[in-house]
Design a protein around this ligand. Structure first.
Ligand code: ADP
Ligand code: MG
Length: 590
C-alpha cells in the first residue's frame, strides 16, 4: 500500500451502479413466490366473478321451469363468498409482497447510510437522505406488487387481441399495426421523461426535508434571530417547487394516456374507412369488420392498464435510481473478521510527516505534521483556532484518509488496522460533545453495549455525573431530550467522557469545548482528565490554561504545522506563540 491509497471503500461501493430495472428485479425476485400466489388468487377471484352471470342465468331458467331455487341460490352464495374471499386475499398477499420488497430495499439502504464515510456525509444533506429512505422507497410498493402482474396480464390480452386481428384480416391488421408502431415510438419518447420528472419531483421533496431539518437543527437560533418568517418563506418555496415538479410528472403521464389513445382512435377511423371500402368491394364480410372493431374496442381496457403500469414502472425506476445513488457513495466496509480486543496498556500514536486536505479542491489543513505520544499521561494539543487540531483526531479515527505521510497507532498505519478494532480501542469525545435522543443510560452504553451495571456506576462516578443522576427523575433511565437539550454544556461533555471511558479505551481523544465552563465544572473536568491520564494515553485539544499546565507534553500547532513540543515551562521559555496563547488564557479564542 502506498501512502496515498485512501481507506479501503466497501466492496459494494466499488461495483458500478447497476441499471435501475436490474436492481428492481433483484429486489423483487426474492419475493416472487408471494407475488405469484397473490397474483394467482386475484386471477382466480376474477374468474369466479365471471361465473356469477352464468349462475344468474341458471336462476332465471330454474324460475321459468318452476323448480326449487335452493340449489342455484346455494351455488350463487358459494360463488359470492369464494369470489369475495379470493379477491380480498389475492391483492392483500400482493401488497404484503410489495411491503416486503420495500423492506428489503430499506434494509439495504439503512446499511449503506449508516456506514457512509464521514467525508460523504460532510457534503450531503441529511434531510434528502431521510427522504430516500422514507418516500422514495414507498414509491416502489405499487410497482413491486400489482404493477407487474397487471402489466403482464394486459400484455397477454393485447397480444391475444392482436393475434386474433391478424387471423381475421391481414389488411386491417396491417393498418392497425402501423398505429401500434406509432404508439410504441411515442411511448419510448415519453416514458423516460416520466422517470426524469419523478426523480426531479422526489428530489424537490428531499430538498424540502433538508430545509426543515436545517431549521430544527438550529431551532433556538432561528427563533432568537426572528428568522421564522424568512424560513417559512423558504420552506413554502420548496413546497411550491415540489408541487410544480409533481405537476410536470403528471403532465407526462397524461401525455402517455393521450399517446396511447389517439392512435387507437385513428385506427378506428382507418379500420372503418379501409374496412368499409373492402366490404363495399366485396373483399371482406361485414361480420369480419364488426368483429375487428369489437376487438379494437375490447383492447382499450388492457391498453390503458398497460400505460398505467408503465407509468408506475417509471416512477418505481426513478425511486430505485435515487436509492441507488446512495450506493455510489463511498461507505466503510463492515468488518468481516471478528473483532480482536487487544487489551493492554496505553496505545502509542504517531504522526509521520502528515499532509492532509478535506477534499481535492480545498486547501491543505496539515502541511507535514509530525509528533508522537505514548504511555500513560496527558498530551495537550494547543494552537489558534483553525490550526488543524480537531483534524488530528479525525485522522487518528480514520474518518478521512491522510493525503501523504502516515498516522500510526501502536506502530501500525491506521489504514492497515481493521477499522472496528482501531475505533474499538479509542475513546473519542467530540468538541461539541453530542448527546443523542434517548435515555442517559442509552447514551452511555452506546459504545459498550455489554457494559455491566458496576462498570456504568464506575464511569458515572469517574465522570462526576453522580449528582446529575441523582437529580434526574428516573436516574440513569431518564430521557435527556433530543440532542441532550435538557443538559448543560458541562454535563453534556461529561456524559460524552463517561461514554468514552466505558469502553476502557487504550487511547482517549478529548476535544475540549471552547465555551467557558464555570469554575466548578472546569475543575471537575480537569480532574476527570487527570484520572484518565493515570490509566491511559490521553490526547486533549486544550483551550484552558489549567488543562495545559497539567499536561506531560504540549504540542503547539500553527496553521497546519507543529511549531514546538515541550512542557509548559519549556514552551513559555522558548516559544513566542505559546507564550502569547498562554498569556491570553483562552488558548484558541479566535
Ligand atoms: P482546530 O480544531 O485547530 O480549530 P480544525 O482541525 O477543526 O481546526 O480545522 C482546520 C481547518 O480545516 C479549518 O480551516 C477548517 O475550516 C477546515 N475544516 C475542518 N473540518 C472540515 C471539513 N469537514 N471539511 C472541510 N474543511 C474542514
Ligand atoms: Mg477544533
Amino acid at each position: 500500500m502506498t501512502d496515498t491509497t485512501p481507506a479501503a471503500p466497501a466492496a459494494e461501493a466499488e461495483a458500478p451502479a447497476r441499471a435501475p430495472i436490474t436492481r428492481l428485479w433483484a429486489y423483487a425476485r426474492r419475493h416472487l413466490r408471494l407475488l405469484a400466489i397473490g397474483g394467482a388468487l386475484s386471477f382466480a377471484g376474477g374468474l369466479v366473478g365471471l361465473v356469477q352471470p352464468l349462475i344468474a342465468m341458471d336462476v332465471i331458467d330454474t324460475l321459468a321451469a318452476n323448480e326449487s331455487l335452493t340449489r342455484p341460490l346455494l351455488y350463487l352464495a358459494a360463488v359470492v363468498v369464494v369470489g369475495g374471499a379470493l379477491s380480498a386475499l389475492g391483492p392483500y398477499l400482493m401488497q404484503i409482497a410489495g411491503q416486503d420488497v420495500v423492506l428489503t430495499v430499506r434494509k439495504d439502504l439503512i446499511g449503506r447510510l449508516v456506514r457512509l464515510q464521514v467525508a460523504e456525509v460532510d457534503r450531503l444533506k441529511p434531510g434528502d437522505l431521510v427522504s430516500r429512505l422514507t418516500s422514495d422507497t414507498n414509491l416502489l410498493r405499487t410497482v413491486a406488487s400489482t404493477t407487474v402482474i397487471g402489466g403482464v396480464t394486459d400484455t397477454f390480452m393485447i397480444l391475444g387481441g392482436i393475434g386474433l386481428m391478424a387471423w381475421l384480416d391481414p389488411v386491417l391488421f396491417g393498418t392497425t399495426m402501423a398505429m401500434v408502431v406509432m404508439v410504441t415510438v411515442m411511448m419510448l419518447f415519453i416514458m423516460p421523461r416520466i422517470q426524469n420528472a419523478t426523480v426531479d419531483s422526489q428530489k424537490a421533496l428531499g430538498d424540502m426535508g433538508s430545509l426543515l431539518e436545517r431549521i430544527f437543527s438550529a431551532f433556538r437560533t432561528v427563533k432568537a434571530s426572528g428568522a421564522e418568517d424568512h424560513e417559512i418563506a423558504r420552506l413554502e418555496a420548496a413546497a411550491t417547487t415540489a408541487r410544480d415538479k409533481g405537476v410536470k410528472a403528471s403532465l407526462w403521464e397524461a401525455l402517455a394516456g393521450v399517446a396511447a389513445f389517439m392512435p387507437v382512435n385513428i385506427a378506428f377511423l382507418l379500420v372503418l374507412g379501409v374496412g368499409g371500402a373492402r366490404v363495399a368491394s366485396g373483399a371482406m364480410e361485414v361480420g369480419t369488420l364488426i368483429g375487428f372493431l369489437l376487438l379494437l374496442f375490447y383492447l382499450m381496457g388492457p391498453i390503458s392498464g398497460l400505460v398505467a403500469s408503465l407509468s408506475q414502472l417509471q416512477t418505481g425506476l426513478a425511486a430505485i435510481h435515487r436509492v441507488e445513488e446512495v450506493a455510489s457513495l463511498d461507505s466503510e466496509a463492515a468488518q468481516s473478521e471478528p473483532r480482536t480486543t487487544r487489551s493492554g496498556g496505553p496505545a502509542q500514536v504517531a504522526f509521520e510527516d502528515v499532509t492532509f486536505r478535506y477534499a481535492d479542491d480545498l486547501p491543505f489543513v496539515h502541511h507535514g505534521v509530525s509528533f508522537a505520544s505514548s504511555g500513560r499521561g496527558l498530551t495537550a494539543l494547543v494552537g489558534p483556532s483553525g490550526a488543524g487540531k480537531t483534524t488530528v483526531f479525525s485522522l487518528i479515527e480514520r474518518f478521512y484518509p491522510v493525503t501523504t505521510g502516515r498516522v500510526t497507532v501502536d506502530g501500525v498505519d491506521v489504514r492497515d488496522w481493521p477499522l472496528e478494532d482501531l475505533r474499538g480501542i479509542i475513546g473519542y469525545v467530540e468538541q461539541d460533545a453530542p448527546v443523542l435522543d434517548g435515555t442517559l443510560r442509552e447514551n452511555l452504553v452506546m459504545a459498550a453495549q455489554d457494559a455491566s451495571e458496576a462498570e456504568i456506576e464506575d464511569v458515572v462516578k469517574t465522570a462526576r455525573l453522580t449528582e446529575l443522576v441523582e437529580k434526574l427523575p428516573e436516574g440513569l433511565d431518564s430521557r435527556i431530550g433530543y440532542r441532550g437539550t435538557t443538559l448543560s454544556g458541562g454535563e453534556r461533555q461529561r456524559v460524552a467522557i463517561a461514554r468514552a471511558l466505558l469502553r476502557k479505551p487504550r487511547l482517549l481523544l478529548l476535544d475540549e469545548a471552547t465555551s467557558q465552563l464555570d469554575a466548578a465544572n472546569e475543575a471537575s473536568l480537569k480532574q476527570v482528565m487527570l484520572d484518565a491520564a493515570e490509566r491511559t494515553n490521553v490526547l486533549v485539544v486544550a483551550h484552558r490554561l489549567s488543562t495545559v499546565t497539567s499536561a506531560d507534553q504540549i504540542v503547539v500547532f500553527d496553521t497546519g504545522v507543529v511549531r514546538a513540543v515541550g512542557t509548559h515551562a519549556e514552551l513559555v521559555e522558548k516559544d513566542e506563540l505559546y507564550r502569547d496563547l498562554a498569556a491570553s488564557q483562552l488558548l484558541t479564542a479566535a
